[in-house]
Design a protein around this ligand. Structure first.
Ligand code: PMT
Length: 222
């Protein structure tokens, strides 16, 4: 209906993986390339939003017109997201944040020895859960990367993290999830409604998701 459905809105997006350092040359991470989150950032700019993109290490070009903040670890992403949270109208958490990090990291390269190596891991902060706790009038959108019981786990995250939408992708499906240019998602809404999308380009997924969010956001007086 509107040509710029997100005009006047500040959209905060996270994308990519995080890196949890073990020593200066080694880290724990995951297969996220940032494609999904960067597509959302570009589409949000095209829809008229002011966009802040907080990104883990990826090899994509910065989306034109968005403010890009680069981070490495879950802890850094947590800090930067919280700094921008109060001024955001819509927050979309596409990033694949590490759930664990090495409890101890070494400032020097670790030397190998003959035996096995045991690394103790501790939990990282759950960024989205904290955002859910502090939510005032932001629209909060999470992603759920699952390989099984997708609907059940996604709906549980929607509840537990106090979200308005959750975008579930079954990352074991061909053409969905990490690394691909396409995705297959179902968008669950807080009120129980859902939108099931077929295999689409991530750009198109971004478009449909933002349209669903804009429809809710537009009706709010802020
Ligand atoms: O980057 P691509 O290669 O394009 O791949 C896209 C994607 C598969 C990474 C994306 O579509 C996706 O599913 N992103 C969410 C990945 C994820 O970490 O899901 P999760 O189910 O573990 O986490 C649930 C939600 O909590 C996510 O919104 C996540 O950002 C958030 N979270 C998780 C852990 C944590 N410590 N803090 C968080 O905020």
């Amino acid at each position: 209906v509107h040509s710029l459905p997100l005009k006047g809105k500040h959209v905060l997006i996270t994308a990519g993986p995080t890196r949890e350092e073990l020593d200066p040359v080694r880290f724990f991470s995951n297969a996220s390339t940032g494609k999904m989150g960067y597509s959302i950032a570009s589409q949000a700019v095209a829809m008229g939003a002011r966009v802040t993109l907080i990104s883990g290490p990826v090899s994509l070009e910065a989306p034109t017109g968005a403010e890009l903040i680069q981070v490495e670890s879950a802890e850094q992403m947590f800090e930067r997201v919280l700094q921008r949270y109060d001024e955001a109208d819509i927050v979309i958490k596409t990033a694949a944040v590490a759930d664990y990090r090495p409890k101890f990291s070494s400032s020097q390269k670790m030397k190998k020895s003959e035996g096995t190596l045991v690394i103790e891991m501790e939990r990282t902060p759950d960024i989205l859960k904290e955002l859910g706790r502090r939510k005032r009038n932001q629209i909060l959108v999470g992603f759920a990367a699952e390989t099984n019981s997708v609907e059940e786990y996604a709906k549980r995250k929607l509840q537990e993290k106090n979200l308005d939408f959750i975008v579930a992708n079954n990352v074991s499906e061909e053409g969905a999830g990490f690394g691909t240019d396409t995705n297959i998602v179902t968008i669950y809404r807080r009120d129980g409604e859902h939108i099931e999308l077929p295999l689409l380009q991530k750009k198109e997924v971004a478009d449909r998701l933002l349209a669903a969010v804009a429809a809710v956001s537009g009706s709010e007086t802020k």
